[in-house]
Write a protein that binds this ligand. Structure first.
Ligand code: SF4
Length: 195
């Protein structure tokens, strides 16, 4: 069966504009589902392979491309490469629109390239930050949770130095007064608190 943008995508949350999830202003997708079990993972709510709501790739593409003046998108998790077809389709639309992409994956570069589905999923990715989170090597800087994680620049659009300036956390307050905290040194999910 041919893949279409109506493909279902288990998504935990999205954030329409963030400055703490990659270079510049970015639309962020937290995928739902991860079986890698890094000790000390601070995203346990994303591990179950059951999404809080049904989404399609088309839904998320429409939201991401509707945002004006973005540098690009960041896809994190959860483990984005546990849904490789949905990730690959999303990234293809983002690339076709001329936007940049950053993917955070617990898989190593070798684990990605050795697997045909994962390899195909990242064809349009500009930058991938790879490797399991290792709490004993905690870094929480440059969008890397731990020092063992590696930058894999696939297109040259982003290089590692560009991540030095990424804030380690941010606090956003929307027009309803809902506070969202995100970033590699804080909760990496949008933590929403009533003001
Ligand atoms: S890959 Fe990411 S989401 Fe999955 S267990 Fe490791 S740190 Fe947590």
């Amino acid at each position: 069966m041919a893949l279409t943008a109506d493909l279902e995508w288990r998504v935990h949350a999205v954030l329409s504009r963030s400055r703490a999830n990659g270079p510049g202003a970015r639309f962020v997708v937290w995928t739902q589902g991860c079986s890698l079990q890094c000790a000390g993972c601070f995203n346990p709510g994303t591990h179950a392979a059951t999404a809080p709501a049904a989404h399609t790739v088309r839904d998320i593409v429409a939201q991401a491309l509707a945002e004006p003046d973005l540098d690009g998108v960041t896809v994190t998790g959860g483990e984005p490469l546990e849904q490789p077809e949905a990730l690959g389709m999303f990234l293809s639309y983002v690339a076709a629109a001329g936007r940049g992409s950053v993917v955070l994956s617990g898989f190593t570069r070798r684990e990605i390239t050795a697997n045909a589905r994962r390899r195909a999923a990242v064809v349009d990715a500009d930058m991938i930050i790879t490797g399991r989170y290792n709490a004993t090597l905690r870094l929480a800087s440059g969008l890397r949770g731990s020092a063992n994680q590696r930058y894999w620049s696939r297109t040259g659009r982003y290089d590692a130095a560009m991540f030095d300036a990424v804030p380690e956390a941010e606090v956003l307050i929307d027009s309803q007064g809902t506070m969202t905290v995100t970033g590699v040194a804080g909760p990496v999910l949008p933590m929403k608190e009533p003001r």
